[in-house]
Design a protein around this ligand. Structure first.
Ligand code: NAP
Length: 317
């Protein structure tokens, strides 16, 4: 199906990431026009709004595509509604709460002839492609991932994130796994995991993973209670020295070199890629980061940690 630009887009789930990143990226890309929204509580000025995706699809907006920014658990039904209506679908990370749901969505999109783009925004960070190119052909000796951030600062009041299917600290941690599976020539294989789930909650605030990249050991430490400086770092020891990707993949330090930083273009790049995929009629669905998280939940030794309640974030005031 050929679309006459701009692509008429429906945005689903008007929350933090939709406002912080999707709306500016859509506004800055003339291949898209925001035609409608679906959110239970939120609406946008001057854009037709609906309470759910079914009403948005039935709303006569002549949509070509939807972008899902709701929490992962429950996106399956939203994506199915869009695919069955013949719409192309872009999904925030992690694409769904289960691997089987994503596999089913990919099959359904293929059968219906629409594009499914399961995004991994961190793979679009400025230094990720350079890191992958530098690592190609090197012998990997060890990998260390440290992903430590404050849930109260980045996910204020998001109770869903600690519910079953909310991923807990794997919500940010899967960003590290999405980068690592992109840049490491041999990918990652999970061997063991521990996780700490606060009393009365279903998803962890802390996790440690033991993995292998080829034969090299790879560890990941995920912490959702990090106050002060935040850490999103991947270090890779190779036969040519240590590569470090920091600040979520935006800064690259090569052996003996100075840190290299480029401007953040993650979400503009995601929408550019969505437009390219639609033009080419191709889907992009890579479940490897989600598989690693699912494997961690399969094998993890679990500890119960202290109770956790969201409080107003007070730092910097
Ligand atoms: P959020 O602020 O909670 O926004 C999600 C929105 O989805 C809510 O405002 C809500 O709007 C709607 N929604 C629909 N069903 C819901 C349900 N069952 N529970 C809660 N909300 C529901 O979350 P977010 O931070 O934008 O995260 C959404 C997705 O983006 C997640 O997959 C996350 O991993 C990803 N992401 C987040 C960040 C970040 O920094 N926060 C960064 C990158 C990616 P209505 O109440 O109006 O329906």
């Amino acid at each position: 199906m050929t679309i006459t630009p701009p692509i008429r887009l429906g945005l689903v789930g008007i929350g933090k990431i939709a406002r912080d990143q999707h709306l500016p990226a859509i506004a800055g890309d003339d291949r898209f026009t925001l035609a409608a929204t679906a959110s239970r509580h939120a609406t946008l000025d001057d854009i037709p709004g609906h309470g759910d995706i079914a009403a948005m699809i039935a709303g006569g907006h002549d949509l070509d595509a939807v972008s899902l920014c709701t929490p992962p658990n429950g996106r399956f039904e939203q994506a199915v509604a869009a695919i069955d209506a013949g719409l192309h679908v872009m999904i925030e990370k992690p694409p769904e709460a289960t691997v089987s749901a994503v596999v089913k969505l990919a099959e359904r999109a293929r059968a219906r002839g629409v594009v499914l783009f399961a995004t991994w925004h961190s793979r679009e960070a400025a230094a990720v492609d350079r890191a992958r190119d530098w690592l190609a052909g090197k012998a990997i000796r060890a990998v260390r991932i440290d992903w430590k951030e404050d849930i109260r600062r980045w996910h204020p009041g998001q109770e869903w994130i600690l519910e079953a299917g909310g991923f807990g600290v794997f919500d940010p941690g899967i960003n590290a796994l999405s980068i690592a599976t992109r840049i490491l020539p041999d990918g990652l294989r999970l061997e063991a995991a521990t996780m700490e789930v606060p009393e009365g909650r279903a998803s962890p605030l802390r996790a440690e993973l033991a993995m292998k990249s080829g034969t090299a050991p790879a560890t990941a430490t995920f912490d959702f209670l990090q106050t002060g400086p935040q850490t999103w770092t991947i270090a890779v020891d190779t036969d040519a020295g240590t590569l470090e990707l920091s600040m979520g993949g935006s800064i690259l330090t090569l052996p003996g070199g100075e840190p290299e930083k480029a401007p953040d273009r993650e979400y503009p790049r995601l929408y550019a890629r969505f437009a390219e995929l639609i033009a080419a009629g191709e889907s992009d669905v890579d479940v490897r980061p989600l598989q690693l998280v699912a494997d961690a939940f399969l094998v993890a030794e679990r500890r119960t940690g202290p109770r956790f309640e969201f409080q107003e974030y007070a730092a910097g005031r």
